[in-house]
Ligand binder design. Structure first.
Ligand SMILES: *Cc1c(COP(=O)(O)O)cnc(C)c1O
Length: 425
């Protein structure tokens, strides 16, 4: 992990950003390729003890095929949950067991596409066995998503497992494997995802231990040997300067101890450990760059940016904290208090409320940190807002546009405007 993450440093200077902004007007997203690659290597290194270990990057976090191709070059697969995400993964060159398909409420054409790509299918419901069989036939290898219900506490973003729409109950799980076995499925995996943005390392070893114990029960009751457990995503990142990254060595050691006790010692190995993290892979290495457009003094002091919640919805949606650096004013005292807003006609269009910052001026460049996952991806067009460009800062310092900014032509592209003049009212 980036040892300096807690200092909220930037991998670029103000002069570099101004040069980029001369070609790509703000707002834009900028991703740091070198830091992402180093982070992925550290993750893989931490889990080297497990020969089958693989991370399937959750496409929804940063659904850009350039990103998927870059991560695939480091050995990552892709975790998809929809047909468009499957299309992106396939376009990035991923095939077969490079792709995990963890969907829910899935339509038949998406199961068909997943089968055609040879993706590993992870079913969300016992009823989906027959549904998948009718839609696309059953694969040789099948996985099920377990929802532990009240047995696990859950956390704030994902909620309590027993309230969650995801996964099979414990009783259904055994019935599902038996049904799949009876219908000819020969190879099995087991999945659970019960946390999101979790910073406590123990949470992940607890989830792994829970799944390892289930692997033992499935073997004892049904004679099934699971090939993998997928502990889902949900590893958190330190959005706040005072937070610390999850210690992957600690997560790994905890999971390894549980593996030795519950899998290796019982002769249930080898068992591959899989993850489908999004946030921890790209989150800290993506930045939303915007400019101060208007400063306003009402009952409070407002700094209006040229970005809005359509570019980064997390603060408005979850009250999430994103650290803000004012370029060129890093060393000035944070003497002013601002609500940092966008231009959308919703009062929750605020990137920060009561944030202490140095005195701002119109035109200042602001960087919103930790926007690399669930940032651009959650963008939308409400209020006629357009999504920004995504840029990749390459290791050699060059910048590559991996998604252009939307235009008004994109905004109206789905309207049958040719029919409008002839539309009689
Ligand atoms: C969202 C999601 C992930 C990724 O979650 P992160 O918090 O980004 O790690 C992984 N798996 C499933 C099924 C998801 O829905």
């Amino acid at each position: 992990m980036n040892a300096h993450a807690h200092e909220k440093t930037l991998p670029f200077t103000r002069a570099q950003l101004e040069a980029i902004a001369a070609t790509y007007p703000t707002p834009f997203y900028l991703y740091d390729e070198a830091a992402m690659r180093a982070n992925v290597r550290a993750l893989l290194q931490a889990f080297r003890w497990n020969p089958g270990f693989r991370e399937y990057f959750a496409v929804k976090a940063t659904p850009n095929p350039f990103m998927l191709k870059l991560l695939a070059a480091e050995g990552l697969g892709a975790d998809c949950s929809s047909l468009p995400e499957l299309v992106l993964a396939a376009r990035a060159g991923l095939r077969g067991d490079d792709i995990m398909f963890t969907s829910n409420d899935t339509p038949p054409d998406e199961f068909r596409a997943a089968r055609e790509l040879g993706a590993i299918i992870n079913l969300d419901d016992i009823g989906h066995i027959a549904y998948l069989e009718a839609a696309a036939g059953l694969p040789e290898l099948l996985s099920f998503r377990y929802n532990p219900g009240a047995a696990r506490p859950g956390n704030t973003i994902i909620g309590h497992p027993e309230e969650a729409k995801f996964g099979l109950t414990r009783a259904q799980l055994f019935e599902a494997y038996a049904q799949a076995q009876a219908r000819g499925v020969r190879r099995f995996g087991l999945h659970a995802m019960v946390a999101s943005n979790e910073l406590d390392a123990r949470y992940f070893s607890d989830t792994a231990a829970m799944l390892f114990a289930l692997v033992g029960e499935l073997h004892a009751r049904l004679g099934i040997r699971c090939e993998f457990v997928n502990i889902g995503g949900g590893i958190g990142i330190p959005y706040r300067p005072e937070q610390r990254p999850v210690d992957l060595a600690q997560v790994s050691a905890g999971i390894r101890a549980a593996y030795n006790e519950l899998i290796a010692a019982r002769g249930l190995g080898p068992l591959a450990l899989l993850m489908e993290c999004g946030r921890v892979i790209t989150g800290p290495y993506g930045y939303l760059v915007a400019r101060v457009r208007h400063l306003k003094r009402g009952y409070k002091q407002f700094a209006g940016l040229d970005a809005c919640m359509a570019n980064l919805m997390r603060p408005a949606m979850y009250g999430a904290y994103h650290h803000i650096t004012v370029l060129g004013k890093e060393h000035l005292p944070a003497t002013e208090r601002y609500d940092v807003t966008g231009s959308l006609c919703e009062n929750n269009d605020k990137f920060a409320i009561d944030r202490q910052l140095p005195a701002l001026a119109a035109g200042d460049l602001l960087v919103l940190h930790d926007a690399g996952a669930h940032g651009h991806a959650m963008g939308f067009n409400y209020n006629g807002k357009l999504r920004s460009a995504e840029l990749l800062l390459r290791a050699d310092g060059s910048v590559r546009c991996i998604r252009r900014a939307e235009t008004i032509a994109d905004y109206v592209a789905t309207l049958p405007l040719d029919d409008l003049d002839g539309f009689m009212v």
